[in-house]
Design a protein around this ligand. Structure first.
Ligand code: GDP
Length: 288
């Protein structure tokens, strides 16, 4: 990747105004992948593979620098993964319980994934979007930061458990570090940690605490970039390239490919569902 090419492409895009309102209204119903597949090719790619869409705006020689193919499932695999997230019949997706200490956590036999991030990063909204095919699941989205103060456990049928961790940073619970550190270090069936970063502001000081924990405990983790509908393409591309560079140079355990998402437009949500289904061993077609 040539730095000059990247900078040129990013600065060109920075000049274009973002139109989040228009995108939000146009895409706000694409909860199922079948709906996404009915869209014209360009729009479909934008919703299903947001990184590929960003990649189009790089010069040809710098395109290879963006990791878009480490996890590159087929459209069939993404459709198949949806059944894991769609409640119905005997497949129930439900809130199980909350805990402030690991020894209060439910003893569930399935693979587990957890979601962690700063207060207000968009964690509850993302979990709600992932679970939008199970409308009975109660994921509370707060208007005030610092809502999630406990670890909330959700059972996704017989497939996996999703854990919503307390938000760190502003108004984080006092025992946050103890609670989260013990969980990350000792939870035996934890398969993957999803670390959320706000794509508008990038990695913040407090994010480094969570990154540091994942690195220290040698956990496999993934960076999810939230709220991508809020920025212009130029700003988003700049953030994605910066964060990717950080992942490459400063981390050991972080998955090289970033997952940009919007819980408003549903961009990237279907791909993330597919990734989760894959790493919890619930997808027959391997996208990795
Ligand atoms: P949490 O504290 O991390 O659980 O964050 P929330 O999910 O409660 O979101 C914090 C604020 O960001 C709320 O006002 C959400 O409506 C907003 N938000 C969350 N995700 C998105 C997104 O993808 N796009 C936009 N535009 N706003 C979002």
């Amino acid at each position: 990747m040539t730095a000059r090419g990247l900078r040129r492409a990013a600065s060109r895009l920075l000049e274009r105004p973002a139109v989040p309102g228009r995108v939000s209204r146009a895409c706000s119903t694409f909860r199922t992948f079948a709906e996404v597949l009915r869209l014209p090719q360009r729009q479909m790619t934008k919703l299903a593979f947001p990184l590929r869409e960003l990649q189009r705006h790089l010069t040809p020689d710098s395109r290879l620098g963006l990791h878009v193919k480490t996890f590159d499932p087929s459209l069939e695999a993404i459709s198949q993964a949806e059944s894991v997230f769609a409640a119905g019949g005997r497949h129930r997706i439900e809130y199980v319980s909350s805990a402030v200490r690991l020894d209060h956590a439910p003893d569930l036999p399935h693979p587990e994934v957890c979601f962690i991030g700063r207060s207000n990063v968009g964690k509850s909204s993302l979990i709600k979007a992932l679970f939008s095919l199970a409308p009975d699941v109660d994921v509370r989205v707060s208007k005030k930061p610092g809502h999630t103060k406990k670890m909330n456990f959700f059972k996704v049928g017989k497939y996996f458990t999703l854990v919503d961790m307390p938000g760190y940073g502003y108004r984080a619970p006092e025992d946050f570090v103890d609670m989260v550190e013990t969980y990350l270090k000792e939870r035996r069936n934890l398969m993957r940690t999803f670390l959320l970063v706000d794509s508008v502001v990038g990695i913040q000081k407090t994010d480094n605490i969570a990154i540091g924990m994942c690195e220290e405990f040698a956990l496999p983790y993934v960076m999810v970039l939230t709220k991508i509908d809020k920025s212009s393409k130029g700003h988003l591309l700049k953030q994605v390239l910066q964060i990717q560079k950080f992942v490459e140079s400063e981390t050991q355990g972080c998955f090289p490919q970033l997952f940009p998402v919007s819980s408003v437009t549903y961009s990237g949500i279907h791909l993330l569902r597919c990734f989760i289904a894959n790493i919890t061993g619930n997808l027959k077609t391997d996208g990795l």
